[in-house]
Design a protein around this ligand. Sequence first.
Ligand code: GLY
Length: 341
Amino acid sequence: MSSRRTFLQNAVVGSAAVLSGEKIFAGPVKTMEAILNNPIVISTWDFGKAANVGAWEILQKGGRAVDAVEAGVRIPEADGANQSVGYGGLPDRDGRVTLDACIMDEFYNCGSVMCLENIMHPISVARLVMDKTPHVILAGDGAFQFALANGFKKENLLTPESEKAWKEWLKTAKYEPIKNIENQLYDKKKDPMPGGIKNHDTIGMLAIDAAGNFGGACTTSGMAYKIHGRVGDSPVIGAGLYVDNEVGAATATGVGEEVIRIVGAHLIVELMRQGYSPEAACKEGVERIIKRNPAKAKEIQVGFLALNKKGEFGAYCLQKGFTYAVRNNKEEKMYTPKSIY
Ligand code: GLY
């Protein structure tokens, strides 16, 4: 056994002994495997790779997972070329960009904003809801006023490109979702329907820090051209995101209505508690969606991504095309999960 391994093993035994008998939620890392896998950050879609860079800066300095995921998802939130998250997100059918986001830490603390307009970083407003209020969710104008009162700037989030796409859509105003639109964003030639309904997508990010504690964040502009006021799964704790420091964390992407119906992220964490691997838990999640409505499931995308306490990760999706990004001490890599169809 290498001297590093011996040192780490002694460190694990030592910290467990110091803390024995105390009731804590955010316990020390318990296994050698976990120590060697941590820290780690994983996130949905190709744009997760750039987001992971922001998270990794914090994780590699020994920062908290919850701080890392907040910093990480702020990167796609500020990217105007990304039409499914934050600034530049495609608007609702009235031309209004409305954002949903939530965040959760290792103590079951959570914060969420729904249908928030004119604020570039909904994830940081959700973080303040978690840290500075007795509430979990703020919505609409209340969330906006709370953001202004806490120093956020009012900004126009509708980019000329997204306004153009919306005006094109208005010509027919048809709801014809395109699957996996987020993978076409950076290649306009592949976009078959610039004015068509964009199937939205989301960044969900999960991390374990060097201390073995979890954090998770999820943020989106939601379904393009939705009815004003529509909220998807992303800011719904348990649906778009769930973190349980004893077990693991999960997040979702795709058609939020289907994810909410099965309380997807919480389901996946509970399956991992029962011993499912992250990938097997995510597969069971998408199978529940198929079971409810097999015909519909063939037409939409939903993907789940999960991370367990050992630092093992996995994903599963309905349709081909979903990707996720991983960063840890061993790799910085994109993965393509298995799909049902
Ligand atoms: N999954 C994002 C949404 O449905 O809004």
